[in-house]
Design a protein around this ligand. Sequence first.
Ligand code: SF4
Length: 448
Amino acid sequence: MRQEWQKYQTGLAPRYTSYPSALHFNDSVGPERYGRALSAIGLYEALSIYIHIPFCAQLCWYCGCNMKVENRYERVMPYVLALQDEIRMVGGLLGGRGRPVSLHFGGGTPNFLLPADLERILDAIEMELGLTDDARLSIELDPRLVREGDLDALAGMGFSRVSLGVQDFDPAVQAAINRVQSFDMIEHCVGLARAAGINDLSLDLLYGLPRQTEATFADTLAKAISLSPDRLAVFGYAHLPQALPRQRLIEEAALPGACVRADLTALADRTLIEAGYRRIGFDHYAKPDNALAVALREGRLRRNFQGFTDDRARTTIGFGASSVSFVNGLYAQNEKSVKAYQGAVAERRLPCAKGIVRTGLDTVCAAAIADLLCRFRADLSGVFAGVGETHRRRMMARLDALAADKVINFNRRDKIIQIIPEAYGLCRTVAAAIDPRIDAGAVLSRAV
Ligand code: SF4
């Protein structure tokens, strides 16, 4: 890694799965405003459905998700019932408008729920929102909780895509993050998924974990490739123990430094490309015939709450604690705690806690940032035209600095920026440089 890039290797720029990012959500959006937005959805508007299952059997120390360790299954039943009630409430506001084209279960651990309970939730979506047979269903799975028969049951419900949380195969790394799962276990899950006819299989890996070295990560990558997943996501671990107290369980001295982190990303990139995968945005890889790679080739790749996607729906409706909806320029996030979420639903209120309405400038910035993250190139003329003089000067100074450090090529006249290939891993930092909603200091102290 170039020495002048070390200062950018903090891993703390926003993930930009939404713009504005969740940091900026506030109480300007509540149940009433979100309800009005839902009521204005078009008759045939394509909908992407997200359902959050916040329960896990055990705590992974690196975890940054909204989750809750639960050890008694009967305690999750009120949540399943609340989800069904929320779906009915939203269905009532939609009144038959909107068409779900995709549905994703995320968490937490969606397969903490038994297949019969997942099916109950799907039935409610089908009944209230008109889920059709051609909608694409996907789910995140914890391999440690996959039971015999689960994959067949999921395939029978129509799930065609699963992602398995792997993170790292090295036993020392697994012990250092409290997530122990053998290669044989993952291989068995992959076999079950394939045997069930699920042919869009993704593995999630994580770099920047304690005890990771180039040698251990090379072995993890080789093992992952041997399973021939259709996609891989290679996320960077963000160590934020102040914001996430559970990460204090991680031994800080065992964390790789900025240079090693950069080497691990470069290693993953090189290894996966050599193995025949296409790079999708800055942290996903897919086989050339996978839907994500096809979307990239055809200019349809987008970024949404799940990361990079070929989903054509522009509207997302999220169900469950902490889930985020995006409806007609409005973001709405549900109550984060399970208790507050269930309480709101029990009172027949939409459980929306906060959100934000995009301004015209937000929409322009969102498009530029999405271009940067998906295609590493953006036309900034709209952003420059929309911001005030102070930010214009600040943005110009930041871009000049990035150009001087050879992170980007910047055409000052046309306002076109292009990230150079070796610096693709820094594209979130580049996005933060043009983001008028954060100033330079805030990128490091507040963003996750
Ligand atoms: S399984 Fe996923 S959500 Fe649950 S603790 Fe581990 S990382 Fe967090």
